[in-house]
Design a protein. Sequence first.
Length: 603
Amino acid sequence: MTCLKGAEIIVDYLVKERIPYLIGLCGHGDVGLMDAALDRQDKIKTVSTHNEQIAGFMADAYFRVSGQPVATFTSCGPGSVNIQMAIACALFDASPLLAITGNVPTQQFNRGPFQEFGHHYQADFVSAMRPYVKRSFQATRADMLPDMMRDAYRTMVTGRPGPVHLDIPFNVFTESAEVSVPEPGEWHGGLGVRSQGEPASVARALELLSAAERPLVLAGYGCTLSGAGAALVQLAERLRLPVATTPQGRGAFDEAHPLSVGPTGRDGVYAANRAARACDVLLALGTRFGDRSTSSWEPGITHRIPPTRLIHVDHDPAQLGKNYPTSVGIAGDVRLVLAQLLDQALCANPKALPQDSGWLASIERWKRAWADALATTSGSQTYPIHPDRLMRELSRALSDDTILVSDIGAHHSWMVQQCRIPPRGRLLQSGGFAAMGFGVGGALGAQLAAPDRGVVAVVGDGGFLMHASAVATAVEYELPVVWVVWNNMGFVSIRDLQAGFFGPEREFATRFRSARSGKLISTDFAKLGEAMGAQGIRIERAAELGDVIAAALAARRPTVIDVAVQADVRRRTAGGWSMPPLATAAPNFDPDPLGVEPAPPAR
């Protein structure tokens, strides 16, 4: 037992869990925590941002790259309200982090002190955070903290990972208690939190795959979270299974592999959508079948389930049978279930495994048709730059281990659809809550997690303007992030929805225009970056973009690249997205419409 302040208990436990960073923003409600962090700088580093959302986005991206959660800290009132958007993103995308929020002193509960959430219940920030976290804890005494810290960490990383909230009144940070800080290894060092699938269901799944004429794997983000990439390659090669991914699942399967088909859905490629709706058995791994990956569940655009027989594997049983009926539903960790399938497949007679009846040749034909179409525009010399050309230049500029981070906006659709993921690289994106700013700030967290790798964030001008303070943080901490600003002078993805739903003449409040003249206006993002101490570059010709990005990565300093991009180019679409009751346009690219496919095997 040691006499420790509340803040010391928190920091000491974080050190024991080997949490590498505290990321946040100062305020009167959290200075007690910051004082304890000052004394442990040798074991846990503190990063100070200029906006609380940036701290949350950094923590989210740090986990995605490193697999290690970190903690955030914010003050009471607006500081902690401001981080909620980033915390919500982490919850939707299963990124664990510990969000520590300061609160008013317990002695002042119910008296309406400065920034108390007390309209319905005393110091009630726990209720404000409830929709965005797996669990909230509020310590009203310092001696409550050892158990809370232990429980908070376990809750963060077990089951479906996600953010956990710890709310600390100001006095609890500074008051002392005789406590023992728990040893993490004693409490959860031996916990096994991954589960295999039910053996009979796994055997049934292999039977369906073996009988299929047109099998397809759909790899979701759950494959990435479980580290299932190697097992997926082995199974796909053993059974000759083509592999598509959800948009969020991009990178779960090597996209240079001959069996790779590409992403499905609204922002997917033609081959993946065409194969997904033509397959007779679909093995879906770690996906919730959301609207953007399924073309809003419209039959015949991305999926036809039924008649396609669905084998659905997910760690969360609530996802099984939620959006599509399953022929086989398996609750289990994707990597472990794949290992079970592979073990059985390796023991099977080769004659009992799927036999290719031209299915792979059809997929190759669809892939070539898509690639040939892109080739007609990806070499465009126009200025402002054609988006397809920007994607080509970006793809060729990346080294083999570059981490790409995409913000939300019109550019995100092009990134999902066309940007090459390097063989040892990653593509990070906010796929569930999809908040603008994740790409701007998350790039800092990715760079912290991988200091020796290049990090390129592709961000819209709208999102960058919301969160440009991230550049100042990068300069302060010497984080050599490269931001490519997709400058199309507006919130063009929403402008496009206006045109699609209401007509092209109904554009309103979605472009950046002078209120007096109506003329489109743009920030000089290169100068904005330079004003904060970064390198700023403005692209003048399409041909120079790839070399500029490569040089910026090599320079190893924060860089903002301002790229004027055509706003009126319509993307090729092989999927769709609907918002009832408004009708949306059908896919505009389908050179090989779905004909009468052979019936799925009767099993």
